[in-house]
Design a protein around this ligand. Structure first.
Ligand SMILES: [Zn+2]
Length: 210
């Protein structure tokens, strides 16, 4: 995946309006990733409104909506106590693992729990979840992706989506970064484009429905 934006001239004419073959993928918009949460992402709560706007549009169009969630056992390998890089977060069935207050979860949304075993982490919603097959079974070819956090699980999900052959529209204003190092979020969005994703604002995607 060495393609640069200039290698994709046809994208200039890409229609961003959702249509059959599209799905929305909302990555890890969970309480523990909101400001004040166990692993709070700065401004993480700001993704809720734009993602709800996208959800409403996809629901109206009867297009698939997927919500991924970190769903860890209490002794997960990514936690400090096990030598991992993160404080405990998103323990399965805990309040912190719940979806963010105000996030609309459509009745028929497909919920993907990831990193559910102690011995493996999963930043991407595609890792050991069967998500690619689920999407292909429904005729999905293009994914609109946003959520938390830009520089970890959103980036990993975008990359795996591209590796699985899906077109990707990365919702630039419906994601927020951890920014362990300043600029990580911007670099992650650059990496998404380098992987062949199109960056677009929610206005560009859902503007007609505003
Ligand atoms: Zn995690």
């Amino acid at each position: 995946m060495s393609a640069t934006p200039t290698a994709w001239p046809e994208l200039a004419g890409t229609r961003l309006e959702p249509c059959p073959g599209d799905a929305l993928v909302v990555v890890d918009v969970q309480r523990d990733f909101l400001p004040g949460g166990a692993l709070g992402v700065p401004e993480g709560d700001r993704v809720v409104a734009p993602l709800n706007r996208c959800s409403a549009l996809f629901e109206q169009l009867h297009l698939p909506i997927v919500l991924t969630r970190d769903w860890h056992p209490a002794d997960h390998c990514s936690f400090y106590a096990q030598g991992g890089p993160w404080p405990p977060h998103c323990v399965a069935d805990s309040a912190g693992a719940g979806f963010a207050p105000g996030l609309v979860v459509a009745d028929d949304a497909h919920i993907v729990s990831k990193a559910t075993r102690s011995d493996a982490d999963a930043y991407s919603g595609f890792q050991h979840t069967g998500l690619a097959d689920w999407l292909r079974d429904r005729g999905c070819r293009r994914l609109f992706i946003g959520g938390l956090a830009t520089d970890y699980c959103v980036l990993a999900t975008v990359r795996d989506a591209r590796n699985q052959g899906f077109d990707v529209v990365a919702l630039r204003d419906a994601m927020r970064a951890v920014d362990v190092q300043p600029g990580d979020g911007e670099r992650a969005q650059g990496a998404m484009v380098a992987a062949g994703a199109v960056l677009a604002s929610v206005d560009e995607v859902a503007g007609a429905s505003a």
